[in-house]
Design a protein around this ligand. Structure first.
Ligand code: HEC
Length: 218
């Protein structure tokens, strides 16, 4: 019996020492340290940090967008502002995104830019927001773990500012025919018109890496 245990533990040691971990493989070592770090904080703490980071990024993005659009429309007109509804072009948004190495998207079921089409997981969440919007239920930001490494933060985007109607309202009344032509020539598959104040326009979809969230925890 004693003999058996010795053989067993020898085999175990051999197995451990032969596990495929190339010595000097910096990536593997880094990964292991990161994984160990992940184990030290609870999942709830990571989700809490994701919620805070997502709120911060969405807030900066949203206010940058509104102020840039208002300023552009006032100084140069709607036509000149059309190319400024792309949040990723804003340095401020880029800088908060860099802190968390976040991937920021805006998605919509009636999108203007076809790149803003929601993927499977985004569709599910967006559907839930749409249901809530139609039924006057509260719409809260949401965080969920979508892989071992990534947390997805989402937040509804409401069309709450009248300035948005210039390009997302009714064609002919809110959107001039000239501006509509310009939008159509840039976005031939546009379906982001006909909105009114208070409508759900889409949602922020922000992918955050767990390791960056942990690194940025106070
Ligand atoms: C001057 C015209 C203009 C105004 C004003 C405007 N948008 Fe846009 N919007 C656009 C264009 C153009 C796009 C496509 C941007 C791109 O290519 O990424 C867009 C895209 C979007 C998207 C991404 C989803 C999609 O349809 O592709 C959202 C969400 C959005 N706008 C919300 C708003 C909100 C909210 C406001 C008001 C604060 C607003 N927009 C004001 C022109 C405008």
């Amino acid at each position: 019996m004693k003999h058996n245990i010795t053989i067993f533990s020898t085999l175990l040691i051999l197995q451990i020492s032969c596990s495929p971990k190339p010595i000097g493989d910096q990536e593997a070592i880094k990964e292991e340290i990161e994984n160990r770090e992940i184990k030290r904080v609870t999942k709830a703490e990571i989700l809490g940090a994701a919620s805070k980071a997502g709120d911060q990024i969405a807030k900066v993005a949203q206010s940058s967008l509104a102020s840039v659009l208002v300023e552009k429309i006032q100084s140069e007109g709607v036509s000149a502002a059309i190319q400024h509804c792309n949040v990723m072009a804003f340095p401020l948004v880029d800088s908060v995104a860099t802190i968390y190495d976040a991937e920021i998207r805006r998605v919509s079921t009636r999108m203007r830019n076809t790149e803003d089409k929601p993927d499977e997981i985004e569709s599910e969440i967006l559907d839930a927001y749409e249901y809530a919007s139609e039924n006057n239920l509260p719409m809260e930001p949401n965080v969920q773990e979508i892989s071992d490494r990534v947390i997805l933060y989402t937040k509804p985007i409401l069309l709450s500012n009248p300035v948005c109607l210039n390009c997302h309202g009714n064609i002919g009344t809110d959107i001039t025919p000239e501006n509509h032509n310009q939008i159509n020539s840039l976005y031939p598959d546009d379906s982001a018109t006909g909105y009114k104040i208070g409508d759900l326009r889409g949602m922020w979809s922000i992918r955050l890496l767990k390791k960056n969230l942990i690194q940025n925890m106070d």
